[in-house]
Design a protein. Structure first.
Length: 63
């Protein structure tokens, strides 16, 4: 018997999105291409809403 939810489940869509920041393991924060901390860039936060990384939880801002 197949669970009911599997009738409607779909794989997550892959997004072709390039973020203007990257995770810095030394700082343990996301940083912009010019080395600034991404969480302090207000324009970046307005555009993306968050600067989460794949290094940790995707439910909170880097701080």
């Amino acid at each position: 018997m197949q669970p009911f939810a599997l009738n409607y489940a779909r794989p997550a869509a892959d997004l072709d999105l390039t973020t203007p920041y990257a995770y810095d393991a030394g700082l343990q924060l996301n940083v912009t291409r010019d080395g600034r901390i991404a969480a302090t860039d207000h324009a970046l936060l307005r555009e993306f809403g968050t600067t989460t990384s794949t290094a940790g939880s995707k439910t909170h801002f880097d701080d």
